[in-house]
Design a protein around this ligand. Sequence first.
Ligand code: DGJ
Length: 744
Amino acid sequence: MYIDDGHHWRLIRRLSRGCGSMLLLVTISAAAAPARAADAIQYFPEKKLWVINAGEATYAFGVNERNELQSLYWGAGIRAEDLPAAHSVAGWSSFDPSTSATPQEYPGWGGAFYGEPVLKATFPDGNREVILHYVAQKLANDFLEITLQDEGSALTVELRYRVYPDSGIVERSSRIENRTSDPVILESAQSAAWTLLPGAHARLQYLTGEWAGEWQVQSEELPVGQRALESRRGSTSAEVNPWFAIGQAGATEERGQVWFGALAWSGSWRMTVERSARSQVRVTGGINAFDFSYALAPGESLETPPFYAGLTAGGMGQASRLLHRFELADIIPGGLHARLRPILYNGWEAQMPVNEAAQIGAAEKAARLGVERFVVDAGWFGSKDDGGVGDWYVNPQKFPHGLKPLIDRVHALGMDFGLWVEPESVSGKSELYREHPGWIMTYPNRRPINVDGSFVLNLARDDVKEWTFAWLDRLVSENDIALLKWDYNRNWIQPGWPQAPVGDQKKIWVRYVQNLYEILDRLRARHPRLEIETCSGGGGRVDLGILRRTDQAWPSDNTDALDRLSIQSGFSQVYTPHLMIDWVTDAPDWLHARATPLKYRFLVAMTGALALGVDLNKLTPEDNALATKMIALYKEIRLTVQNGKLYRLRSPGDANFSATEYVSDDGRQVVVFAFLHAQQFGTSVPRLSLRGLDTSAVYRLRTIDQAVEGIDTASGTDLMHRGLQLKLRGDYDSTLLILTRITE
Ligand code: DGJ
């Protein structure tokens, strides 16, 4: 590890021996400090330059002559030695001085600066200026911490950088500390600003949605000026997901430079994408500064959430694959050793009555099909007709002997057990609300407003956090629960915190999320085998922050197979199919009354983590046989689908025909799903070229039907260049191909 205290270099190498460790401290002069090529992050002291070797990309910044930390380069991999020292950009006019034109890594709002600031503060004497200068650094191979300090005060910032070698993704965050002797109010505290030069006609891609219509990919030419992607709803939200991708002109699914990034924050967030008249692009992001105010007493600090970003020349498809790899290796609990998602059954959409007899009956039928986990959804708790969200005890009418008889039966059938909870909501009719009306978020002297009869519990309060943790801990301790489906069916209403001092009430935006994370972390620590699903009325809370603490995600309440193809394709832009729970449900579906064949519904659900939500009492013997066959088939391909490399061969939005391919990590298994939505004029689907195969290998082909005739084996080159002609006909036809590499 290097520590630069501004005067000397100290090379510290920690040598571990057994459980003890030894520190070796060497002091060397700045001029002699080495930059080791093998390091993920290199420092060139004579140039005051840092270079991050980020996969196929290079990311560089340095200290300029004004002592600002200046962004220098984020692009295709280049030799670190070729990069110059930082020098500020010349001003263009008195309206555009150098201090505004020079891209800083972490600009405070102060002096002549007109871009989006990363830090904005007000001091007690009325000063509202922060000008950050470089002070010191600590560097340890893949981790770098840089200290900046305000030119006129002891407000300091530690900027943190980490690079993940598997994916080349760079993590940035900051810690802002008040080292002055007076309180300082932060009004914006972003995680990072990224500078890129994508050239003319670059396109911005992002994901928008609403309940039952999440994960819609948007693409537009990046306008000059600002484009805000944000949530002001208190949680991640389905309206926009905290992810961006910027492709250079002409970038496609398969090629072209794409810069991308995602925030790890489950509260209100914002990414501000700015394009200057001279085509410099900046993406600033973190906790949303809207209604934000965070007072730091002397000695206090605020940590901002990680903002991850990467760059590839392999188009949108490779950007997704890098994110998937990163999530599997470095985000999800258990990382690459995480259990593959078991096939679950949940009777919510089939309106399966929630009582002991009905649920045991469903469990028996589900087990016969090969289901591995049985989940009871809403309705098991409280004593009210509306469920009484907040009254977290087992409903004595529905489960007179508690949950134990059901859980025991589920175990005896060879499955594990999951249970739905919605810890952050409280019904106005609940006993909890009657006893603790002050636990909801609301404003003083205002009429508490609810949506659909429920309020949001103010988890920012430590007593509410403790109460919530205690009942969840008790529930999981007293019942053998393998999965909590953690639902959150509302966004914030009246985000007030009347019990806190007025100057601290807006901290609710931060404290709530910190306490939510703490509950999840403590629950997992106390119950290491417990898994958690993130659900917010569908895909309303999926982000890299919650995914550090949850094992799977519910993308949408819309389970219509046709809609699901685009929902799931959108989800896959950012998040790995490993996390994506896809139920096979009844047809006609509840949203459009669209009737799709059971095989089509199964294959759509099998492109992620297969699950079942059908009414098991309505399945015919033929349906049962098909379901059993598909579930068995899924178990054969699950590793490839959940942890392999995903190629969106044809997007559902493009035409009537869509296809997705997965290649296992060892390249031995390749799985291809293809869907024809509506055939017209008797035309055949276009030939399908596969991707990511070994050109020198031969593959054996297997289909679940006769969608490919007369071909048993084919070479990687043939499959990728000439492709396959699939026989799909009519409406909602579908097929699955499994290819096995038969040569080394
Ligand atoms: C919304 C979820 O997305 C559904 O799957 C179901 O759990 C309901 N909430 C229950 O209220």
